[in-house]
Design a protein around this ligand. Sequence first.
Ligand code: CA
Length: 228
Amino acid sequence: MKKVLVLEDEANIRSFVVINLKRAGYEAIEAETGMQALEQLRRNPDIRVALLDIMLPDIDGFEVCRRIRAGNPKIGIIMLTARTQEMDKVTGLMTGADDYVTKPFSPAELTARIDALYRRIGGGDEVESGELRQDPFLLNTRKRTLEKDGKRIKLTQVEYALMKMFMDNPGKALSREEILDMVWGRDYFGELKIVDVNIRRLRIKIEDDPTSPVYITTVWGYGYKWGF
Ligand code: CA
């Protein structure tokens, strides 16, 4: 059974989420506090996706996200953000989340996001093997790892998918809509901004100077291009 961690301190929201996950075929592992969530992840290493509320009684959802990411770059993380807290989305993505869902959300929206994340994590490129080299980068598509000048750069699944997309399309200007389709999937109904935030995060990891990027360059009013 596909396990999803549900971190939410409000019991009624948590049970609403859990019931709908079960209906969609997932096993929900519940946590009420940040520390409980980290403990559940230790006990259930097969959890592939985590839903993290932000306002919690102990450590906040961003800190939980940071701590999960420090040990596990592969798990999918969706932040549950409040409508009024626009900054939450950006902060959440910068701390390593893959996606966010704004409260109040419909069960259909939430499960669509989880399904999409599961598909991305599952890959679909198992048949692929080998290495994609564009100096100074080396992408191993079997191990899903990235090296720059021989040094491993830890990537989340979304960042890996972005790198793969860029390295498959050198020199081509890609619109933000195209990027959203390629990395998040056509059935994703989030905002284009998620592209910018994830690229900002990826730049911090791969560029020598993220403030004047040379690998991922901006195509003004359109999207991005894999440099050179
Ligand atoms: Ca809360």
